[in-house]
Write a protein that binds this ligand. Structure first.
Ligand code: ZN
Length: 370
């Protein structure tokens, strides 16, 4: 499933990242594996072993599971490739025991583009299933597991896994691919916010059903249901936030008083400015350009490691995006999502304000729409 939920708070994102291992990258898109997926593999191996599958059966089972996740990566990459065609970057692909998530930087502007991105993943799985089916047919298999040779059985299982992945993802329940396709189609008639509300409502309904089915049949489904429920809710919140911010200039929501430090000034100076004047962060300037920002945690960590007299360049820092005072906040929200949590509002090269995820949230809370 592709997901687009920008503007997570950097702190919580970094917190999450602690449980993710970078596995490599394909076409510049980092592939991350959640630690629980490794535990899942261990658990499955032990389960197979205890079930008496023997070394050979256990290895075959684990290999098949690994292949499922390779398939999931390729499914997510297909989303990413189609998104790339429409100018939407993919931040990363995360693998969890319950599947994969390609984090798109934003939802494409045109509903038909979102439709194409959403359907690309399941189409990939159906294509693979079709190829395996044709291959098995050419090899003379009767497609029955009971009479299949070891190699045929492997291909046959992989075929059905691909069919299952396509069918499951096509359930029209947000945030599954089918739900995204539904949202895209509804968006054409009623606008994205209402379309998302309907698709997310269906998604949460399906999640509850799936959870109930899981309670009687398979605890794994309960986990997937919980994930779907929260994902639907957070995406709806994000679309509402984006709609509330559409067209509002950055200057309306920025923290309007901002101190700056030079990269060669000491951490003690940065600490003093933050304590005396407050604020979320201090932009760091180098040769007249804003190059980074320091939060309280950054400064504390820098002092801890290098001491208060060390230059601010020695401290860990946050990436910044520089924006004009007139930049619409919905676009700022998209840009904040791309790993930088702090936007510095710059007027004629002079930093005049800060926009953070919290700042956007408080703007929306204090400016409710009619
Ligand atoms: Zn998908």
């Amino acid at each position: 499933m592709p997901a687009s939920s920008p503007a997570r708070h950097e702190g919580s994102r970094a917190g999450r990242r602690r449980w993710e291992l970078r596995f490599g990258s394909i076409r510049g898109i980092p592939i991350r594996i959640h630690v629980t997926l490794l535990l899942f593999f261990v658990w499955i191996s032990v389960t197979y072993w205890i079930a008496g599958l023997g070394p050979r059966g256990t290895i075959t089972g684990v290999l098949l599971l690994a292949l499922v996740f390779v398939t999931i990566v390729l499914h997510e990459l297909t989303h990413a490739l189609v998104a790339h065609r429409f100018g939407v970057r993919t931040r990363d692909i995360l693998l969890l025991p319950i599947g994969g998530i390609a984090s798109l930087e934003r939802i494409p502007e045109r509903p038909l583009q979102e439709l194409a991105i959403a359907l690309a993943g399941p189409a990939f799985n159906l294509g693979v299933a079709l190829l395996l089916w044709a291959g098995l047919g050419i090899a003379g298999s009767d497609l029955a597991l009971s009479t299949a040779s070891r190699g045929e059985a492997f291909a046959l299982q992989l075929m059905w896994i691909n069919v299952a992945l396509a069918v499951f993802n096509l359930i029209p329940a947000f945030p599954l691919d089918g739900g995204r396709a539904l949202r895209a189609l509804l968006s054409r008639a009623m606008g994205r916010e209402r379309a998302t509300a309907i698709a997310a409502g269906i998604g949460q309904g399906v999640a509850v059903l799936l959870g109930l089915v899981g309670l009687t049949y398979n605890p794994w489904l309960v986990l997937i249901a919980v994930f779907l429920w929260f994902a639907a809710r957070s995406e709806l919140a994000m679309v509402r936030l984006r709609a509330a911010l559409a067209g509002v200039p950055a200057s309306a929501a920025m923290l309007g008083r901002v101190d700056v430090v030079r990269a060669d000034e000491s951490l003690a100076i940065a600490a003093g400015l933050l304590v005396h004047h407050g604020g979320a962060a201090i932009p760091v300037v180098l040769n007249g350009a804003t190059v980074a920002a320091l939060t309280r945690e950054d400064i504390a960590a820098g002092i801890d490691v290098a001491g208060p007299e060390a230059p601010v360049a020695a401290a860990p820092h946050h990436q910044v995006v520089t924006i004009a005072p007139t930049e619409p906040l919905d676009r700022v929200l998209d840009r904040l999502g791309s790993d930088a949590a702090i936007a510095v509002v710059v007027d004629h090269d002079v930093p005049i304000g800060l926009v953070t995820a919290e700042q956007l949230a408080s703007y929306v809370a204090l400016h409710p729409r009619a």
